[in-house]
Structure formats: C-alpha cells, structure tokens
Design a protein around this ligand. Structure first.
Ligand SMILES: [Zn+2]
Length: 469
C-alpha cells in the first residue's frame, strides 16, 4: 500500500512539473476514427477505441463517451496490439541493458520474453522494469539456460548465462529453486541428456511453468518437441528431417560422451558442424512432414533475423544507421566495425542455412505449426525493438501473410503464457498495449516501422521523445 501511494504521489509531482504531457499518468483516452487490426478480429475500420488506464474499455464505431479525458485523432492511421519480442536477453550485454526498455517501447514492443540470463543479474533488471511507472515493456523471464554436464554458455569462451544439470535430481532441484525465485518459464538447453530433459519437463509441468527449449543434441525433434511449449531457432530440427536421422543420432550420442574433453561450446559447435549441412542435404520430405506434424502444439520461434541474416543483412537497410545511432556509443562502434567486416568479406555459401530456415518456417506454417516472433536481441547486432520489425519482414518472406506475422508477435506469445484473455488483441477487457501506425501493415509488413504513437500499460508515448531521452 505504501509503495503504491508513493508511486501515485510521484506521478502527480511529475505531472505538475511536466504539465502532464506525454508518458503521463493514465487517463480515460479515446483513439478516434482509426482502422483497428489484430490477428483474431481482422480489420475494423472507423473505430473508436477507449482505454481507461491499463484496460481497453470499448471498441466500436460509436461516439466518444462523455467521460473521456483525452482524444487522439486516428484518422488515416492503423491501430495494432502492442508487439512482443518473444526472444531477448536483457542481461547479455550490460552496456545495453539500461537502454533496452525504452528502445523496445519506442519501436512498439510492449512485451518481452527473456530467454536466458543468470538470476543475480536478471532479478534486479526485472524488478526495475516492473516497478510502478517504469518506462518499460512487460517482461517475462526464464533465468539461466538449463544445460547438461557440459555448459555452452559457461562464461569462458561465451558469456555466462547457462548452468549445469548433470543429473535428473540436480535438474529437479534447479527448477524448484528457480520457481521459488519467481521465474515465469524455463529454458532447456542443448547439452542435456534425455533423462535430464524428461526430469525437467516433468518438474516444470508440475510447477505450472511453461517450457521453452532447444532440441537437445542427445534427442530427436520428434521426441523433444511435443512435450515443450516453444522451440528456439528451429535448433537441430534439420537433424530429424534427414533420411538418416536415426544414424545421425547414434553418431551424436557417441560424440556426446566427449572423448576429447572439449568445452561445452566446442562440443556443441563440433556437432553442428558435423551434422547440420549434411542433414539439410539429406532432407526427406515425408520424414520431415512427420516431424513437423509432431510440433502442432509447440510454438516455433525461428529467429530468422538471426538464422537467415545473410539473406537480409541488417546493415543493408536504409534505416539501419539511423537506428544504430540510438544505441550507446561503445556498442555502436563495435557493431559498425563488425558490419564493415562482413560487407568487405562476404561468404556466398553461407546463405544455404538461411534459405533452409526460411523454407522450414514456411513449411511449418503451411502445416499449421504455430510461429512466434523473436529476435535474440541483442545477440549479433540486434538493435532492441528495431530488430523485431526485421523479424516480421523475414516471417513474411518465409510465407506468412502480414496478419499472420502480427499473430506471431501478439497472440502466439500470449498463448505460450496462457494470458490470451488479457493480451494480444484489441478487445474490451484487454490490457492497454497498443501501437498506432501511420501506414497499413497489411499492405506491407514494413509499415509496422511507421510508428506514430505507442501505448504501454495505458500510457501514451511519442517514439521520437523516447528515443531522444
Ligand atoms: Zn537466445
């Protein structure tokens, strides 16, 4: 109660000083004469959308109700639900962490799912983002990558965001502890054994924690996919789409004994290098269709902006430099240098994997597998918020319609957490997370970049102001 009163008091003070302009205390607001688009209701023209604080109270063609305190003219504009980036790492690059929440909002990303970070780093970040009045998207987090005896992200050759789980008992204890510490879901990583994987699934389900995963190298996608709720990067699915999938697994199981005592990162890389492209070359359509059909209830988050990056390099976009200018200078310089290196030394053969991930995403979508929109921000030059729009473009390039791409960034993430009654469409009773666009996203998905205003938790933000603060 005290905390709440303090928050209310501070908002009032801010309002007096700043004359309650943008990002002010939530009031009853109507967006008038706007075209409303969401993945469930489709397109509704000439609508008045009223929200009271963090709740949408009405959507319809009627007049503005008398109790509305503010109106926003939506003539010629398009209103979509607030977007999700369904795969981010807030703690991955600490030079960026503090700037990420406002960047996400500026680009219309009003919800993020953090798919990996150590708890002692994540807890303060999440607490800050969830504080009353914080200028930040809603956040859900997994805590660390739950790896096996060998850990890929062990803090040696790669950042430390993974933890070991050598036995099923250790896995059960880890997940119980994470639940007590407040995680919203778990993330199973690539080096776990089938026994550890099973213990993780069973424990998470008993504790009501949704499960995100890579396909462990010790398993096949058709086995590991069905019991989990989402899979990232289509990781290792190609190995189960090959005509010799059983034989490939045998080889992996042998090598996972790690006779050369490699690090977790090197062991994983060696298996990817050994099997990924040969598996794609041995693609068996009928086999792969069976695998795909087994994933009918498992959201696939292909992160095409990363996996198919070579098909659409971010630095080739006309707005890349402008977006890059908005991130802290040390990161900006490093990324600009990386981009320059790639441009000066392109490797033509590297498009094959990108083409595969686009193809598989399209094929999965055709066969009814749910697709989610995530970017892996900030890994490999992913500008927070900005990159989600690149992912939407990639999903359309893979065969989703623009409306289906919007579904991947709105309804699907809500379904993962079982909160689709609260979030994901523009309906009375839903949270007031909205993005006002200057152009029609259904005629060109790139128009989601034309943002004229963002409403997060019932507060209106001018993106230009967010980016200059
Ligand atoms: Zn990731």
């Amino acid at each position: 109660m005290n905390k709440y009163l303090t928050a209310v008091a501070s908002v009032l003070v801010v309002c007096l000083l700043a004359a309650c302009q943008s990002a002010s205390q939530p009031v009853i607001t109507a967006i008038t004469n706007v075209t409303v688009i969401d993945a469930v209701n489709g397109v509704r023209t000439n609508q008045t959308v009223v929200y009271n604080g963090d709740e949408i109270v009405s959507v319809g063609p009627g007049q503005v109700p008398a109790d509305v305190a503010e109106t926003i003219d939506g003539s010629g504009k398009y209103l979509i639900p607030g977007l999700w980036d369904f795969h981010v790492h807030l703690s991955y690059d600490r030079r960026l962490t503090d700037d990420m929440p406002a960047l996400f909002l500026a680009y219309g990303v009003t919800s993020v799912r953090d798919t990996g970070g150590l708890m002692h780093r994540m807890l303060p970040i999440v607490e800050k983002m969830r504080a009353p009045g914080a200028v930040a998207p809603r956040v859900w987090f997994a805590g660390p990558l739950l790896d096996g005896s060998f850990v890929v992200y062990d803090g040696v050759s790669r950042k430390e965001i993974g933890v070991p789980n050598a036995t099923p008992d250790e896995a059960r204890a880890t997940i119980k502890r994470l639940k007590e510490q407040g995680v919203d879901f778990i993330k199973i990583y690539e080096m776990v054994t089938p026994a550890v994987f099973d213990a993780m699934v069973e424990t998470a389900q008993a504790l009501d924690l949704p499960i995100d995963s890579h396909v462990p190298l010790s398993m096949r996608a058709g086995t590991a996919g069905p019991p989990v709720d989402s899979i990232e990067h289509l990781r290792n699915i190609e190995m189960d789409c090959a005509s010799n999938a059983a034989e490939l697994l045998e080889t992996r199981l042998e090598l996972l004994r790690n006779p050369e005592n490699l690090s977790g990162a090197d062991l994983r890389s060696s298996l990817h290098e050994l099997q990924r492209m040969p598996a794609i070359a041995a693609y068996d359509e009928a086999r792969c269709d069976q695998v795909i059909d087994s994933l009918a209830s498992t959201i696939q988050v292909p992160t095409l902006r990363l996996t198919a990056l070579n098909l659409a390099p971010p630095f080739d976009k006309p707005h890349w430099n402008e977006a890059l200018a908005r991130i802290p200078e040390d990161v900006r310089r490093a990324w600009a240098a990386s981009a320059a290196r790639v441009v000066s030394d392109p490797v033509p053969s590297e498009t094959a994997f990108g083409e595969w991930t686009r193809f598989l995403t399209g094929r999965m979508h055709q066969r009814g597998v749910p697709i989610g929109a995530g970017t892996d921000t900030p890994i490999y030059m992913a500008i927070p918020g900005y990159s989600l729009h690149t992912e939407l473009e990639q999903l359309v390039a893979a065969g989703l319609s623009p409306l289906e791409a919007l579904r991947a960034a709105t309804v699907r993430p809500a379904e993962f957490f079982g909160i689709e009654n609260d979030i994901g469409t523009i309906d009375p009773g839903k949270r007031a997370d909205l993005v006002l666009l200057d152009a029609d996203p259904l005629s060109d998905i790139a128009n989601t970049r034309q943002i004229s205003g963002v409403i997060s938790k019932g507060r209106f933000y001018d993106p230009a102001e967010l980016l200059t603060n």
